[in-house]
Design a protein around this ligand. Sequence first.
Ligand code: NAP
Length: 480
Amino acid sequence: MITLKSYAAGEWVDGTGRSRIQRHAVTGEEIAQLGSEGVDFAAMLANGREKGGPALREMTFPQRGAILKKMSGVLNGHRDELNEIAASYGATAKDAELDVDGDIKAEVRCLRAVQINAYNFPSWGMLEKLGPALLAGMPSIVKPASPSAWLTFRIVEILIESGVVPDGALQLICGSVGDLFDHLTHQDLVSFTGSAATAEKIRAHKNIVANAVRVNIEADSLNCIVLGPDVEPGSDTFEFFKKEVVREMTVKAGQKCTAIRRVLVPAERADDVVSALKDKLASIRVGDPGTDGVRMGPLVDDEALRAAREGIATLSGEAEIVYGDPSRTDFEPKGGAFMEPVLLLCRQGSHAKLVHEVEVFGPAATVLGYRDVDEAIELARKGGGSLVGSIFTEDEDFAAKATFGLAAYHGRLMVMDAKSSPESTGHGVAMPQLVHGGPGRAGGGEELGGVRSVYHYMQRVALQGDPERLERMLAPASQS
Ligand code: NAP
């Protein structure tokens, strides 16, 4: 079993208490242990402030950009090893493409970033934040979620060993954040990705409130897809819609913040939609991602499986399970956190309440019937703010009305029909130039979006004075 250490103030530190054991998602065997007791969190922050930050800010913007390019090269050299580690949290080859390859390909001033990440993207989740932070000249302390921390640990280890990142610019916590938040100041930024419940705790932390520490939250969301009434079953747009829903339910076993949870369809089409989705779901083989023909792996661990089953049980109080058995256990190998895809149906979406409130973080979605475009908008809005929504229609009037109705409640909207399908990257893929984040329940945060994501890590200030003098003063700074 491997011990995942923290990297604090230039040293690899083995925590004194073992707060957590990480198990292999497929076999259930113990693979890693981690804990951060004994780590000096105040010293980590000081190291970032005094070493990492100044070293980064001595460089120009292009020089900091060059670090990202080198990081990408270094990690590419370890691609196979990283993909193997990704299998330990249940990723199929396609899932690993999103997380590991997604980050390898992706790749200001006086602030420091503490980054807390969710378990489902241990690689991409870290690097999509680290990239803009480094560009902005800010050191980072990365804290991966415990169930999949091995992959993040190995990436940080590779980057530190390679020497491409200046001393103090990248540190790692494997385990809990201890008293880290007590030492944050208003010059720091906490960039959190995870559940709305944890986000609420972080926002309410006494020191974060007292010092107005900047916090960016990317939380869970009940993303929807809306099928227009014009789309006939069997048409190309319908087939594309069906593919998209099933892909979103099954990629990473539905453990994706952008996954479609609510499928809004004209009430009179509900049966056609359910029957089409059932056919497609039946072709998804669940099992060991290393086995040929397997399309969906397990959830990350037993706790995630328990939570997903509990969520489905809650939803089944107001929606009928029309496909899949959440309690099924006859998967191979034994000991993995497997679950088959589960589809629920609520014919009159307006009768549902919990479907708009409870996130099942697994391979599950609910079909909800709507009467007209106004009701579709009303149902979508009941999610209370989402990362992404999709509108599948060939009817321009419906598309316009739904777009304006949904826009203020989403970080990103995808308007789609069969004609646009060849160039579509899909509902769940947040491209670097797009906004990733959403209002309300989704956390109110905003990442990606090109240069905007770099600004997001910077303290901005308005300068007032003689314009010529300011220009002279700032000329050297504009290089960096
Ligand atoms: P989580 O339980 O909220 O944990 C997220 C992170 O917060 C983990 O690193 C966790 O560490 C840490 N954490 C837990 N309690 C904390 C506390 N009191 N103070 C500081 N940090 C704390 O979420 P998860 O189960 O890892 O991830 C699944 C959730 O994330 C889902 O709800 C999903 O929708 C959401 N998500 C959102 C996005 C997005 O971009 N909006 C992306 C991915 C996932 P430990 O693991 O060590 O407890």
